[in-house]
Design a protein around this ligand. Structure first.
Ligand code: NAI
Length: 243
């Protein structure tokens, strides 16, 4: 389904990003995995993609760094020839109550989650425009749709991503480029690894009665990567928690 396409996935070394990289590879896409710290894990994801019969390579890059992203996108283009699919998945949390949240924790989350996606879109869009083809998929969160106590920074960044998705979708639609968002609920990854018995009340509020799997988010990303007539949309993958 995605044979001949080149996908760039940020935060692809683990969790949802790793599942997305492997799902796109399973559909035939070549994959550039962007990671911030763990080279070994990023390489392992690439190796699993290669066993699916596609090219894959890992690139270390802090998505919050405008110049670093510029350099990395240029390198991926040079090595893969072009880029067709961009998945902005890299994200962090630094939870805390608004009353006591540190300025650096607000800025840090916005820098990675929101500006990071901007940096990537900014540097990939020239390639998409020349190709008259592009699929941008931003990983938002239900926290950005319905809010979550203790996450003013995170939910602001994820709501911002939804606004950015719609503006980019309108701006680039005339050139055959789509931009959509996926909003996961509670997905079992390192990010939610600290959810404990104390959070059982939260988990029992999920209509489908369980946390989601990273692969279930990857399914939605793959669907959007293959869709030509959906743009500016937000797809929740949340067991119904935000309906
Ligand atoms: P994770 O913490 O397991 O993985 C995050 C990935 O982003 C890691 O590979 C990390 O290296 C990378 N990353 C972090 N900062 C980076 C930076 N500055 N530059 C480049 N890469 C960076 O998280 P998970 O759960 O896989 O989340 C992936 C995305 O899904 C995030 O954007 C997260 O906000 C979002 N999400 C996750 C949910 C969940 O329940 N796990 C729910 C809703 C949204």
């Amino acid at each position: 389904m995605l044979k001949g396409k080149v996908a760039l996935v940020t935060g692809g070394s683990r969790g949802i990003g790793a599942a997305v990289a492997e799902k796109l590879a399973s559909l035939g896409a070549e994959v550039a995995v962007i990671y911030s710290g763990n080279e070994e894990k990023a390489e392992a994801v690439c190796e699993r993609c290669r066993t699916l019969g596609v090219r894959a390579a890992a690139y270390r890059c802090d998505v919050a760094d405008f110049e670093a992203v510029k350099g990395t996108v240029a390198k991926v283009k040079e090595e893969f020839g072009t880029i067709h699919i961009l998945v902005n998945n890299a994200g962090i949390t630094r939870d805390g109550l608004v009353l006591s949240m540190k300025e650096e924790d607000f800025d840090g989350v916005l820098d990675v989650n929101l500006k990071g996606a901007f940096n990537m879109i900014r540097h990939c869009s020239g390639i998409f425009l020349r190709n008259r083809f592009g699929r941008i998929i931003n990983i938002s969160s239900v926290s950005g749709m319905i809010g979550n106590p203790g996450q003013v920074n995170y939910s602001a960044s994820k709501a911002g991503l939804i606004g950015m998705t719609k503006s980019v979708a309108k701006e680039l639609a005339p050139r055959g480029i789509t931009c959509n968002a996926v909003a996961p609920g509670f997905i079992r990854t390192d990010m939610t690894g600290e959810l404990s018995a104390a959070d059982n009340k939260l988990l029992s509020a999920i209509p489908l009665g369980r946390m989601g799997q990273a692969e279930e988010v990857a399914e939605a990303v793959a669907f959007l990567a293959a869709s030509a007539y959906i743009t500016g949309e937000v797809i929740r993958v949340d067991g119904g928690i935000a309906m």
